[in-house]
Design a protein around this ligand. Sequence first.
Ligand code: ADP
Length: 255
Amino acid sequence: MADMPLVHAVNVTKSFGDNQVLKGIDMDVSKGEVVCFLGPSGSGKTTFLRCINQLETIDGGRIWVDGELMGYQDKGGQLYRLHDKEVARQRREIGMVFQRFNLFPHKTVLENIIEAPIQVKKENKAEATARANELLDRVGLSDKPAAYPAQLSGGQQQRVAIARALAMRPKLMLFDEPTSALDPELVGEVLTVMRELADEGMTMIVVTHEMAFARDVADRVVFMDGGVVVEQGDPRQVISNPQHERTKTFLRRMQ
Ligand code: ADP
């Protein structure tokens, strides 16, 4: 499926109990594209991200990443769940950065970054360390390999979390409100790293409330509300001239 976008989601549904959180999401993201998801709290943005990398199991629809069907094997139109090991392999191709930094507290910065490449990808330690140092340099933390997470600011920890995700050489990076747990003065340093990553051509889906970032960096913004995509398009167009009442109301509240 060579012509398929990097992410191809069709009619994705997801409920928690009787609360249907995703009501049939169709979403394509091209290779190298940066897409920001906006929308009120509870609209399903995080759940959709988590469905892409299979932290949640979808109830209906299908998601392909790089031409590969997530979570299922398609045998003549019949879908069969993949084994956990296969799901884990698919998940490894996708980097995710969470609102909270989720670093291993008892490991140094360097150990945090090399853990998965060594344990999961079986890279040798010297190779993984060299790459970790390169990544630390890239996120502006080349002086911190020996530090422990608790010795770092929230912004520094989040930059380590980005480096750790990149160490697995993902095809796609998912960011779930990566700056919303940070003190305001630390937001900029994380957004700068994300902006550089976007400039380098990484495919990114970002759930964020940072309107300036969405306007300046995203190729497209998607506005979600109540489990559906209400509107999407060019960031400047959607943010400055929203077409739908729900988008207008949301953006007014953000100002
Ligand atoms: P957003 O990211 O837009 O704020 P979420 O995807 O986090 O929205 O949440 C959408 C809805 O799904 C909310 O009503 C939330 O309470 C519910 N929800 C999310 N995760 C779970 C869960 N694990 N169990 C039950 N309800 C959940």
